[in-house]
Design a protein around this ligand. Structure first.
Ligand code: PLP
Length: 615
């Protein structure tokens, strides 16, 4: 059976049982059952499912691995962590995160004023807040307000001008002053599509010369005792551990040197994020070459060695990995609306009394194809199709002949795939690239998988059921935006096979896993498709689960309101146009208006398919 590489990417969070994907926790509910139940309540379109227990699992994992390494190496510094809000600021993620990590020294990282407000409101008392990114005087003042609230906050300086502003605000606002961190610009950078954050040409951080100047400024203004942390980040999703090791040596030595220069309260090294998530569905193409064990061990060991050699105390270690914490907690479920070759049905075939010779032959191939000659007939049919299409271009056959050609060839392909589905025939695999089925999904890739659109980052995708049946169709996926970029094409190197289903009579859902990091907030409203309806699946102690935090995707009127349309004016204009129209009789006017109001109050994803069934 095809398992969609679940053992590579799922970390045992999801399993396949009884032909369904199940949440591998407590009573192990099938995801499809949860989806169907929510849909029965009238929620249509794509659904974003959140699993808070997986947030806790990831937080616990990071802490236990670092704490184990700390024990193993008799390391004297502590381990602390912050969640970078930019990875996911949605309340139904952040609030459980904060609640479930109460017993840990786990805080929030902010990169903007709005994120800082979230951090100030929700960070558990005693847990750290770090502030990165460019800051103006207002944002620095917010940091002082946070310190006044009792937060353990560190403002990380990205450039000397920010330090000058801190000095200015400190003079104006007095104590308590937030801790100060300096972001260092390392020569080392990560590897991969997100490696730009590191390296000497990166957007952020102080060069060695600027660091020295920074220390002089801090000393001059008697703020050196507030300088407690150095920070670096070599990029998200580090695929190879070696740049991290190099960065650790570079940062560790900078830490020791700065202490020797008089930064005696410098006691923390913040290693940023970078811990990679395994997204791969295919053997032999892993996204990372290390385990969390190795990652934690390397960080702790290298800092220990440097501290020992330079005779400085072992610093506290901060980590800001967010992708690793958030990715697994969210799953996008998209209903399949249509299979494009479904129209190539025997019922649609209208053979004439007298057909062109090649069409007669195609019909013959279709009726007589068998296992022995399957591949040969397939080749013949593709060959015939080429010739018939040329004949059409030259004006020798008509549109009905062309339609019959397309239908017969698709029928032959389907029959051959069915006959040979248990064999791994290389011809079949090759031919499947040419004869992909296009699955239309009720979602927007721009909104829900923006990293696929922008960076070709793929996410594990699989059907939620029928997993005890062999999928036979090589699949390319289309979303419902009017944009040809809204497509995940079939890739022979990472092939996706799906089931041949008749969606007019049965439901078929695809799940995109590991979409909890970055996708939600980076998602864009192309064609005005908005954040999908979301819900959380929460488990009780006794193992039962319930759906909570159900939040429907925005209504059409709300979407327009967000764009600053005057929605009252829109409603008034629509009503007026219906009233003025001579094409609608008086009896139906009210009905049409009613229909229109219902649509305005629903979300904008698709709801109907051809036979009127609501999707
Ligand atoms: N810290 C900083 C400064 C970052 O720029 C980022 C993101 O690139 C992170 C943390 C989060 O890293 P990750 O995506 O590996 O979780």
């Amino acid at each position: 059976m095809v398992d969609y590489g679940i053992n590579f990417w799922s970390d045992n969070d999801f399993i396949i049982e009884d032909g369904q994907v199940k949440i591998n926790y407590k009573t192990k509910p099938a995801i499809i059952d949860i989806v169907k139940k929510v849909r029965e309540e009238g929620y249509r379109g794509p659904l974003l499912l959140r699993f808070p227990h997986l947030i806790k699992k990831q937080v616990d994992k990071i802490f236990t691995h670092f704490e184990t390494s700390i024990k193993q190496y008799h390391y004297k510094g502590q381990f602390k962590a912050v969640f970078p809000l930019k990875v996911n600021q949605f309340p139904n993620f952040v609030l459980p995160l904060v609640e479930l990590s109460q017993n840990r020294c786990y805080g929030l990282e902010a990169g903007s004023k709005a994120e800082l407000i979230i951090a100030m409101a929700y960070t558990n008392k005693g847990s750290p807040i770090t502030v990165n990114g460019f800051k103006d005087k207002e944002m620095i003042s917010l940091g002082f307000i946070a310190a006044n609230m009792g937060h353990e906050i560190t403002l990380t300086i990205e450039g000397l001008n920010e330090l000058e502003t801190i000095i200015e605000v400190a003079e104006e606002m007095g104590k308590p002053c937030p801790n100060i961190g300096l972001r260092i610009r390392l020569h080392s950078s990560g590897i991969g599509i997100w490696a730009k954050s590191g390296g000497i040409n990166s957007k952020f951080g102080l060069t060695s010369t600027e660091l020295l100047e920074g220390i002089r400024l801090l000393e001059k203004h008697k703020l050196i005792e507030k300088f407690t942390m150095i920070h670096f980040h070599i990029g998200s999703q580090i695929s190879d551990i070696s740049p991290l090791k190099k960065a650790m040596r570079e940062a560790g030595n900078i830490y020791a040197e700065l202490r020797k220069m008089g930064a005696k309260n410098l006691k923390s090294v913040n290693i940023g994020g970078g811990l990679a998530v395994e997204y791969t569905q295919h053997e032999g193409s892993p996204n990372r070459n290390y385990t969390l064990d190795e990652f934690a061990g390397d960080v702790v060991f290298s800092l220990k060695e440097i501290a020992k050699n330079k005779k400085e105390p072992e610093p506290d270690i901060y980590i800001e990995s967010g992708r690793y914490i958030a990715a697994s907690h969210a799953l996008l479920v998209a209903p399949v609306l249509e299979l494009f070759s479904q129209e190539y049905d025997e019922k649609a075939l209208h053979l004439k009394d007298k057909n062109p010779q090649l069409i007669e032959e195609l019909n013959e191939l279709y009726n007589t194809v068998n296992e022995k000659y399957a591949i040969e007939y397939l080749h013949d049919s593709l060959d015939h199709m080429e010739s018939l299409l040329t004949l059409f271009d030259l004006g020798y056959i008509d549109l009905q002949d062309r339609s019959n050609t397309e239908i017969l060839v698709h029928l032959i392909i389907k029959k051959v795939i069915k006959i040979l589905k248990h064999k791994n025939h290389s011809d079949i695999i090759r031919i499947q690239e040419q004869v992909q089925e296009r699955y239309l999904l009720n979602c927007s890739f721009f909104q829900s998988l923006p990293d696929y659109w922008g960076l070709e980052q793929s996410f594990p995708v699989m059907p939620l059921d029928r997993l005890n049946k062999r999928p036979t169709r090589s699949a390319s996926l289309w979303d419902i935006t009017c944009d040809s970029d809204g497509e995940i094409g079939f890739d022979l190197n990472k092939p996706l096979f799906l089931h041949d289903v008749d969606v007019t009579t049965e439901e078929y859902f695809l799940g995109f896993f590991l979409v909890g990091a970055y996708q939600e907030v980076l998602g864009m409203r192309h064609n005005l498709f908005t954040h999908p309806t979301e819900l959380s699946v929460e488990f009780e102690e006794d193992g039962t689960h319930s759906v909570t935090n159900l939040l429907e995707a925005q209504t059409i009127l709300d979407v327009l309101d967000d764009l600053d349309y005057d929605t009252k004016e829109i409603e008034r204009r629509l009503k007026q146009r219906i009233e003025d129209s001579e094409l609608i009789d008086d009896e139906t006017r009210k009905e049409v208006l009613g229909q229109l109001y219902v649509m305005l109050s629903e979300n904008g994803y698709l709801r109907t398919i051809t036979n009127g069934e609501r999707k």
